[in-house]
Design a protein around this ligand. Structure first.
Ligand code: SAM
Length: 262
């Protein structure tokens, strides 16, 4: 994904989270104004090389993680199904936790029967035999997917066996402490030893979705890796730099995989 950069923005208050020292807090942003159609059109309508690479690495990681019949979670799913698809062959359930009511509505429709534009993403998954063995991913997602309006800051502890959180920690406020807190809450929501994949934009300056703009934190690689390593082991990091740059407003995408500590 490549978020359209913005100077920041946000309006009213709904979601929980710690009070930031400066900048826009998650609770100060009008997430219900998030336009999932515009977001999908801009970010995912065509499968780009950077998303393909991130999906391939996530796929191979989960395929090698000895998971089966797992309780899985994708946090801050927004209008992106590919993290959930990467969990599908191993899932007893996939909980898609999202705060924006417009995205929750979109997710419920997509879980019931996802749009053909996600087929190329599944085809990438199905290049791996563990995924190819699942012949009807659309029907499986409808069976195991459960969408809920849940904040990353309210996730229960040790509730899931595997999880993904893509482009959320960097993109839910302008406050660095909230980004760090989101990573902590995500990792804690998984049982000890659970495999996970976290993707963030590095150096993000905020982004537009349709008519609305949303703030971001310009995270650096070292702080993201340190935050994840504090709650994880077997951590692997891949940085995907746009070649050539697709736009101004971010530096790169960082995919981190690992297993949660106890
Ligand atoms: C940049 S989007 C990322 C969406 C998607 N995961 C992706 O990979 O494209 C950030 C998402 O975080 C959601 N979000 C904002 N605050 C949240 C919160 N407190 N808890 C969970 N999700 C939140 C937004 O509604 C939005 O869907």
């Amino acid at each position: 994904m490549a978020l359209t950069p913005a100077a920041g923005g946000g309006e009213s208050s709904t979601s929980p989270g710690p009070i930031p020292a400066s900048g826009l807090a998650n609770a100060e942003i009008r997430w219900d104004g998030f336009d999932p159609q515009a977001y999908v059109r801009h970010n995912y309508a065509d499968l780009r090389a950077d998303d393909r690479e991130i999906l391939c690495r996530t796929r191979d990681f989960f395929a090698g993680a000895k998971l089966s019949d797992a309780r899985c979670v994708d946090v801050g799913s927004g209008a992106n199904l590919y993290p959930a698809l990467s969990l599908l062959p191993f899932a007893h359930t996939v909980d898609l936790c999202e705060w924006s009511t417009s995205n929750v509505r979109w997710l419920r429709q997509q879980v019931d029967g996802y749009d053909p534009m996600w087929d190329p993403y599944w085809q990438v998954c199905a290049e791996h035999p563990r995924y190819a063995a699942l012949t009807d991913p659309r029907q499986r997602l409808a069976q195991v997917g459960r969408v809920s309006r849940t904040s990353v800051f309210d996730l229960p502890r040790h509730a899931w066996d595997a999880g993904t959180m893509f482009f959320v920690a960097c993109s839910i406020s302008a406050d660095r402490a909230e980004a760090e807190h989101a990573i902590v809450r995500f990792l804690r929501a998984l049982r000890p030893g659970s495999p996970f994949a976290v993707a963030v934009m590095l150096g993000s300056a905020g982004y537009h979705v349709g008519r609305h703009s949303f703030p971001a934190v310009a995270l650096g690689r070292a702080e993201v890796v340190a935050g994840i390593a504090a709650g994880a082991y077997d951590v692997d990091v891949h940085e995907e730099r746009p070649r050539p740059p697709l736009r101004d407003g971010y530096v790169s995408m960082l995919l981190t995989t690992g297993r949660t500590r106890g």
